[in-house]
Design a protein around this ligand. Sequence first.
Ligand code: F6P
Length: 359
Amino acid sequence: MKRIGIMTTGGDCSGLNTVIQRITRGATLRKWIVYGILDGTDGLCVTPPAVVKLNDLMLPIENARLAGSFLHNGHANALNFETAIERGKTAAFNKQLYKSLSELKLDALILVGGNGSISLAWANREIYRDLQLICIPKTIDMDIPLTDKTIGFDTAVQQLTSYCDQLMLTARSHHRWFVVQSMGRDCGNLALNAGVAVGASAILIPEIKFDVNALVEHIKNQPTDYGIIIVSEGISLRGHSGKPADMISRKLTAAGIMNRTAFPEHTQRAGDTTATDRILATRFADCALGAIENGETNVMTVLSDGDVHTVSLTEFVNAGEIVHDPKIPDLMTSNAYVSPDNPLLDVAYDMGIYIGEQK
Ligand code: F6P
């Protein structure tokens, strides 16, 4: 009988509860014991470790679609991999994690995290040397290399699309534009996908340079006097500071274009999990349990060309663009971005959406 742990780390997103529920279900069928570690690594920093023994009744299937994490994602100010680096406490932090995992006597740990958490797990893999480490990628930013989709992305696209759909109606009534700032950090995938879905008139993403004068001209030449401009939170405008949507809004106002800004913020991370995300969460959960049975370790589940399988964390690290955190230079993450050959860029361009100076 195996003892496995599961923890959710980094920012929350829809689909986490589906993974937890499905892991619990699949493990219970195998007669394994499942421990849910509370609050990500925070739960391993207390003695005894803060865990709950999971069973089928604790997270009923009807609640598995709800956003957030039943296990929580951690406290912002607690000691974690990032704050430990900042505070020069990495060695003590790693020792504590190793101690707690040893106390729990786990055969395997399933870590559901973003590129930060998975990069850090690889960098600090010594902590997990006595167990099998299986990672499941989740994030609304879709900035994880090697996987075609991450859990939470599809729901975030739906949330942002629905938000813009509502704004479009009031925009039309008042003959004005909405500059909507999306999340996504320095990756434009969320803005690009929702922008195409909603039929935005312009989509600005960090990966593609734009000319603000060309944007203004483009909006002036639209067949309508209303619409949506999606601005990814990672863009910048030389010589300007503040929120990206505000910067663009000021330029439009100066050109006589009536507009308002809108910030959907964390609603992009909420919302009932879409069927696509639930299916992906279920497939990743099944793949992770299979990986444990196969004796794999230091792997991540991925969706590639319709197939779900595992890749090694070495491959994950080598496939991404290694980015140093500006605030914590020792912290490096393996990132993915919107690639220049992403077919949605061509589709957007062909539909007359201003996507920057890519052509
Ligand atoms: O990485 C997920 C994400 O939602 C980003 O898109 C966003 O920039 C960030 O997290 C927001 O973080 P917080 O919840 O700490 O404000």
